[in-house]
Ligand binder design. Structure first.
Ligand code: ASP
Length: 443
């Protein structure tokens, strides 16, 4: 089976981490195509090489000397290479790059984090290095030219048999370096997996996959072993992020599963993300709970609204005029709400309300501020009746007032609005009642 194995910044942050990567790669013969991020943080206050390179670029732009920064970056690479006995001439190559720093484009400078890291890794593993600039080809609109890239990736596989590939960048057809967005090494891995029709995309990071709740809120939450792409989108959107979200699209379209694994604990099962999690396995009622604070809801009611055509559109177009993006639209028969991020409307909310009054003539408009949204996600919820009622009951018993309720269209999530002050308690109550100690139904 072809596996694409992507190692994130913390997995390549030191010589010790490189050793772990080598052990992981050598423990499975299918792990022949490796993607790396740039050397990342060894401890929370440490610097990521990519951040330092962005700083170098800022210095170059404003014609400020950055020799000290360059020396720091070089020292990190040299230290790792020396400790591992790498023979690829890191110092020499770095000096050549630094000498001409003013001639390089910003994207070229920032991409060198993965370029150096991949060279060191290739030498250490004894694998060929393949440069993303020769393979990952971008259209001029910034999207990847999948056809051209697939031809080049397959060619590299045929010629080399295995490789280490730098994440995060590629080039235009003319050859100038282009970057993905931050965290884009995950996207590189996904695109390679797709181009090679891989059986699995392994994404190695520093956590053992997705957790069913935020560990800062719930003590030792259950790990999620299997999750669908849709469920993951819902959880990531509400803040439970492990993977760069854009990375799921290339593999999702062709049904390649992603497995999140922990470089520091390779035995842990991690999380498998796929289109439809296998029925019969992990039949939990609730997959995970996530949430965010600081939303605001505008409630609009008008008698006989249900028969008036275009009223929701009119309300939405008012928000559009102020360039406010809308999170949710809970609806009743003669009323509906519009939920937005509080920060987005802090300067415009009074104007918006006044426009709504003028243009819609509602019976009533009210604003509820300081709302937190809690999303309860579970592909199995739609199969079992009464789940939402039980969730509301549990929150009611705990004295938590539910300010609004909506459900995603595929019925895989229920979104509850509670006061900011009740946010953590709401998550704990739902977790304790439905996740902790749940007896798992199988089959
Ligand atoms: N090195 C890049 C960043 O820090 C890309 C990545 O880590 O995936 O954003």
């Amino acid at each position: 089976m072809i596996k694409i194995c992507k190692f994130g910044g913390s997995s390549v942050a030191s010589a010790e981490q490189f050793r772990r990567v080598k052990e992981i790669v050598e423990s499975d013969r299918d792990r022949r195509f490796i993607v790396v991020s740039a050397v990342g943080k060894r401890f929370p206050e440490d610097n990521k090489i990519t951040d330092l390179l962005l700083l170098v670029n800022a210095h170059v732009t404003y014609h400020v000397d950055c020799q000290m920064l360059l020396d720091d970056i070089k020292a990190r690479f040299v230290e790792i290479a020396d400790e591992l006995g790498v023979t690829w001439p890191v110092a020499e190559k770095f000096d050549a790059f630094a000498k001409n720093i003013k001639q390089h484009s910003p994207e070229y400078i920032v991409s060198r984090g993965e370029w150096f890291t991949a060279h060191i890794m290739a030498d250490y593993l004894g694998f060929p290095f393949v440069d993303a600039a020769d393979v990952m080809i971008f259209h001029h609109d910034g999207t990847v030219d999948l056809e051209r890239t697939a031809i080049r990736v397959k060619d590299a596989v045929q010629r080399k048999g295995s490789f280490v590939f730098p994440g995060f960048y590629g080039s235009t057809v003319e050859g100038s370096i282009k970057l993905f967005q931050r965290g884009g090494g995950d996207i590189t891995g996904a695109i390679l997996a797709r181009c090679l029709n891989a059986g699995l995309y392994e994404n190695w990071t520093d956590v053992s996959g997705f957790l069913s709740a935020d560990p800062r809120i719930v003590e030792n939450p259950r790990s999620i072993h299997r999750i669908t792409f849709d469920e993951m989108r819902e959880l990531s959107y509400m803040g439970a992020s492990v993977l760069q979200e854009e990375a799921i699209f290339p593999v999702r379209e062709v049904n390649i599963p992603i497995q999140i694994k922990n470089t520091n604990n390779p035995e842990a099962e991690g999380t498998i993300i796929s289109e439809t999690a296998d029925p019969g396995v992990d039949e939990h009622l609730i997959t995970g709970i996530a949430g965010k604070r600081d939303f605001l809801a505008v409630h609009i009611s008008k008698a006989h609204m249900s028969t008036e055509v275009g009223i929701v559109r009119k309300a939405l177009s008012i928000f559009e005029r102020y360039r406010i993006s809308i999170e949710h639209i809970p609806t009743g028969v003669d009323s509906f709400g519009i939920v937005v991020n509080s920060a987005d409307v802090k300067d415009s909310i009074y104007q918006i309300i006044s426009d709504i009054r003028k243009e819609i003539s509602p019976d009533n408009v009210s604003v509820v501020d300081k709302l937190a949204l809690v999303t309860v996600v579970g592909r199995n919820m739609s199969k079992r009746s009464g789940t939402s009622g039980k969730i509301f009951g549990a929150l009611g018993d705990a004295g938590i007032n539910i300010r609004l309720i909506t459900q995603s269209s595929q019925e895989i999530s229920i979104i509850l609005g509670v006061d900011n002050a009740d946010f953590e308690r709401a998550i704990k109550v739902i977790y304790d009642k439905f996740v902790a100690g749940e007896i798992v139904r199988r089959g």
